[in-house]
Design a protein around this ligand. Sequence first.
Ligand SMILES: [Zn+2]
Length: 370
Amino acid sequence: MIIKPSNLASSRREFLQGLFPGGALLLSGCGLLSASSRLQNKPAKATVIGQQVMTVLGPIPVEKLGVTLTHEHAAFGYLSWFADESVAPYDQKQIETRWVKILNELKALGIQTVVDPAPADTGGRDPIVLRNASKKTGVQTIMATGLYWEAEGGAMYYKFLQGRGRNIEQDIYELFMREITVGVGKTGVKAGIIKLSSSDPKMTEYEKIVFKAGVRAAKETGLPITTHCEGPNVGPEQMDFFLSLGANPQKIIIGHQNNSTDLDYFLGQLNRPGFYLGFDRTGFSDPKAEDCIIELVKRGYANRIVLSHDYVATWLGRPFKWAEGRMTEEYYYPTYIHKQFVPRMKAAGVTDEQIRTMMVENPCRLFAAK
Ligand SMILES: [Zn+2]
């Protein structure tokens, strides 16, 4: 099994009592990272040896995650991009070069870990690119196994199999387990997180099958789950479905919260204990969502929020221009949080400690939770 409990696990309980009164979160030493490592470009000082996280270069202690962006992409292409490959071929070298450049910029800002949750059934998840770029830059990278939402992922294939008598929940579970325990294809690069995705406002029956397979794999391997919500409504349904499957909410990010700007939507989800809200489209989304993040932090929810940009460094297929207003490098770039949003949060009274909670402790606790 990939995620091994530390042989010092028994020592966790006592020091965590002070951190998380009531023992609600019996985790590793995430909360005890050195204050001097705060948002700086050096490894956080681990107080204890905790569990391990699978990166594209192999397992690392969870305490070494440090400042983490939970949702960025080296590349992405909608499912049929490859139909255009004769005119817009896949250029692995160019994708890697661009990703290395971006990781170096992130590293210079103190970011130590990037999660790339590209699913298996869209274009862009390339274990070799992720591995090479991580090796060249030293930025720790966590790759996903998982599937995209029904309308934009590989549902056709699985529904075809299902219509011919195959148990696709089992098939999908086996795929996830293979990518977690053996690796993607023949690369030997293993997934460290499970990506699950759904339509909005309601999950489809196919998506529920994928979620069931994902929760089975998560329970068996200890990997966390991060989700795609296609719109601003489905977060609570995803949460309730996870709970009905017996998943541990402390291991789950409900993603793309920035699709909404409704404070009540966030508070409704925060009423369900444990889950992290992934404000992982910060930058290009409506800045009113950023106001909501600040408000939620002020209301004491910093320990339930993770931040990222959902940036795509290379779009596969033919080049195109964004039409929308905030899809420019000023907003749609993975340095936005550090360069623009962090100063904005601080000006609004958010403390360094709260920022560190969102960017260091929460990702650490997510991966460490059992
Ligand atoms: Zn994404």
